[in-house]
Write a new protein. Structure first.
Length: 231
């Protein structure tokens, strides 16, 4: 068996498991929680904890586009982090890639799209790598990241659908959740883990039980939970 990084799913969610305010990408925790009394007061704790996560961080182009990297005009302060961004559609445009390359220590763009805009500008950046796959296999991707980049630990902060694929492929090792004191509701609002549901009792092995490692009450009614995924 090839080695792969130890993975941790790190997310901010509502008490009812939602990872967005509503059912479309114009709504977002980052931009909308700061407008809600009772939630905005403790939100900074999440960002402080986020700064302590792994050197390698895996996300998606859709999430990056949603938080506005495609439209940013001013660079952030450079951070010593390596971003692994899965982007097939693509969701990132030329400005978004430029912004990310100037923000993080290295951008590893993973795609199944041979015509991704990144190919036309990759020679402009010495910290942009493109990993192309005809069909994305998350297990193979993790093995490649371990072998090529020496990635021993990765924090995953992707959307519910991709989180569902990681779950079904048994690729989560730890779960680290910050719970905001809010109920959102809505059957079509993204949750921590979405994707395909099991359809019969014969698929119970696709569910993952957890061992609680830490439960911490934060300020302003926020909660921090850490679990180990039982194998």
């Amino acid at each position: 068996m090839k080695k792969r990084p130890i993975t941790t799913l790190f997310m901010l969610q509502s008490l009812d498991g939602k990872i967005n305010i509503g059912n479309n990408d114009t709504l977002d925790f980052d931009q909308d929680f700061i407008k809600i009394d009772g939630v905005k007061e403790g939100l900074s704790q999440y960002y402080e904890i986020e700064q302590t996560t792994d050197y390698y961080s895996l996300n998606t182009g859709r999430v990056m586009a949603k938080i506005g990297v495609n439209n940013q005009k001013e660079y952030r302060e450079k951070v010593d982090v390596r971003f692994i961004i899965i982007d097939n559609k693509p969701h990132l445009n030329e400005n978004g890639i430029d912004y990310l390359c100037n923000w993080v220590e290295k951008l590893i763009l993973v795609t199944t799209n041979k015509n991704h805009i990144a190919y036309s500008i990759r020679n402009q950046y010495d910290n942009l790598d493109i990993l192309y796959y005809e069909k994305l296999d998350l297990k193979v991707l993790l093995e490649n990241l371990y072998e090529k980049y020496g990635a021993k630990r990765i924090t995953i902060q992707s959307g519910g659908t991709l989180n569902g694929l990681f779950l079904r492929e048994n690729l989560f090792d730890y779960i680290h959740i910050i719970i905001a004191p809010i109920l959102i509701g809505g059957s079509d609002v993204p949750t921590l883990v979405d994707g395909n549901a099991i359809e019969s009792i014969n698929e119970l092995n696709k569910l993952k039980t957890l061992e609680l490692l830490e439960c911490k009450q934060l300020n302003n009614s926020y909660i921090e939970l850490k679990y180990k995924v039982k194998k």
